[in-house]
Design a protein around this ligand. Structure first.
Ligand code: AHR
Length: 528
């Protein structure tokens, strides 16, 4: 996982203009035009990633049916209940780097007979294979989500992957479908997305772009979804490996091949992986007990996501002007130094208000790129990297990042609406200068106007006046996520230190006014 150090290079958010004539305490003006709807903000940009890594699955999701921790068929009830609230659209599994070492047959059938293997991707720990395909599908079904299965291109074969798909999706009484039925699942599963490898330029096999493209075509041709219910509608979308650095060589190779694809193979998406690593690799920022400089550096660094997408999009447009192929940011988030005392291979980190603000900024970027970005998966769901949930034995805590995802649920499948921001100004912390505010707006599936405002300024509130055109606003409610310090975290002992709370919004003649607190994420819902 060696990556070049990425620095944020003067990233300015596209739809936001700044006027230096406004001092920090001056009013900020938002103009929201409901009559100019943009692209759909696909609910799949709120996807998550659950890899067989550390306690991401074992302990985080899977405790086994005999555990004293309340569970349904081995899957934690507390975690399921929390994730249901987020309406998680899709879950990517089993990796990550792990996916290219995973052999699915070891994870099916009676658990007592499954072989123990070594998870050589993550710490060489023993893997009981107790959480296999059927357990994953059960989990996804319990939280009401859609499976995004990454197949093994690195150390597997097309035949192994094809048989996995047959096991999961065949309705006809083939031997593999009968085996699935014998394992308790006569109905074929529906697979929403299929990942054709992972980071094939690095942990997935250190391939060249051309080698990957040749291999990927073979997998795309032969790894088939056999579920009749997915033949015409709800089709499984195939996601090819895409870039992990801002250069466009990989995207160019995949898209050039796609442009000439025949009936024999196809892809629907190209993945993109980019982590926020403010000081470069190896990750060295602290996930707890840090100061304002680290805060500002992290946000500056994360805004590079916008530039990364802008570099890739012209290549995709060149080969696919109709935007049939999605950019799927299926790994993103902040990657800190391992938490003191934890196994470094388990990628354990705390999750603070800073990380929540950073999540909101990324979601806003994805929304602005909604015409090309139809999918994204935060890394990761539980106990690993920028997690939604942390568990410790029977305890569970929801992180500040969880609460941002919760605030953003109404944006799922909404329609982007342009926002012009005037008077935002900038926020300078030591050597780092950031835009002070960031905002997006959308029309929700049920006709409401949604506005999300992030105040990046850690010290000063902002009074905001929003003018809405194209809708008569009658009432509005808002919730905000903030805390006394940017490094505030939720712990098992103090789980509600960072929690959303309602704030007042005034509505007058279709204008809104409100004050957003420093270091906060606010979502406003406006009704006509
Ligand atoms: O999310 C952790 C790892 O980061 C994934 O396994 C890999 O794809 C990426 O390098």
């Amino acid at each position: 996982m060696t990556r070049p150090i990425l620095t944020a290079l003067g990233v300015v958010l596209a739809l936001v203009s700044f006027s230096p004539s406004f001092a920090a305490q001056d009013n900020v003006h938002l103009s929201i035009d409901m009559s100019k709807p943009g692209a759909k903000i696909d609910r799949n940009i709120f996807g998550q990633f659950a890899e067989n890594l550390g306690q991401g699955l074992y302990g985080g999701i899977w405790v086994g049916p005999d555990s004293p921790i309340p569970n349904t068929r081995g899957i934690r009830n507390d975690v399921v209940a929390a994730l249901k609230e987020l309406k998680v659209p899709n879950v990517r599994w089993p990796g990550g780097c792990f996916a290219d070492q995973y052999h699915w047959r070891k994870g099916i059938g009676p658990r007592s007979q499954r072989p123990a293997t070594v998870n050589s991707a993550w710490g060489d720990v023993i893997d009981t294979n107790a959480f296999g395909t059927d357990e994953f599908m059960d989990f996804v079904q319990q939280i009401g989500s859609t499976p995004y299965v990454s197949i093994n291109l690195g150390s597997g074969t097309p035949q192994e992957a094809a048989e996995w798909l047959e096991y999961m999706t065949a309705a006809a009484p083939t031997a593999l479908a009968k085996e699935r039925a014998a394992n308790g699942h006569p109905e074929p599963y529906k697979i929403g997305f299929l990942g054709l490898g992972n980071e094939s330029w690095d942990c997935g096999g250190a391939m060249t772009p051309d080698y990957y493209v040749s291999l990927m075509k073979v997998y795309s041709r032969f790894v088939l979804n056999m579920n009749p219910a997915q033949r015409d509608k709800e089709r499984m979308l195939k996601i090819a490996v895409g870039p992990g650095t801002p250069d466009t060589e990989w995207t160019e190779a995949v898209m050039k091949a796609w442009k000439k694809h025949s009936w024999a193979w196809d892809i629907n998406g190209v993945s993109l992986h980019w982590y926020t690593v403010p000081n470069g690799w190896p990750p060295s920022t602290q996930s707890e007990k840090f100061g304002l400089e680290d805060y500002a550096k992290s946000l500056k660094s994360t805004l590079f996501m916008d530039e990364f997408l802008r570099k890739q999009e012209p290549v995709m447009d060149k080969y696919d002007p109709e935007k049939k192929v999605t950019l799927s940011v299926d790994e993103w988030g902040i990657w800190h130094a391992p938490l003191k005392g934890s196994n470094p291979a388990f990628l354990v980190q705390q999750n603070s208000l800073r990380d929540a603000i950073l999540a909101a900024l990324n979601l806003n970027i994805f929304a602005r790129h909604a015409d090309r970005v139809h999918m994204a998966n935060i890394a990761q769901m539980i106990n690993v990297l920028q997690a939604m949930i942390l568990t410790g034995g029977k305890k569970m805590v929801l992180t500040p990042t969880y609460h941002v995802f919760d605030l953003y649920v109404p944006f799922q499948d909404s329609t982007f609406v342009p926002v012009a921001l005037e008077g935002g100004g900038s926020y300078t912390q030591t050597t780092v200068t950031l835009p002070r505010l960031d905002a997006i707006a959308a029309k929700s599936a049920d006709g409401k106007l949604l506005v999300a405002i992030t105040n990046l300024d850690a010290e000063t509130p902002a009074t905001i006046e929003a003018r809405i055109t194209g809708m008569l606003a009658r009432s509005a409610t808002a919730k905000t996520l903030t805390a006394p310090t940017v490094d505030a975290v939720n712990t098992f002992d103090a789980p509600n230190a960072v929690l959303p709370k309602p704030i007042a919004v005034k509505v007058h003649n279709s204008d809104l006014s409100l004050t957003v607190e420093p270091r906060s994420v606010t979502v406003i819902s406006v009704e006509q």
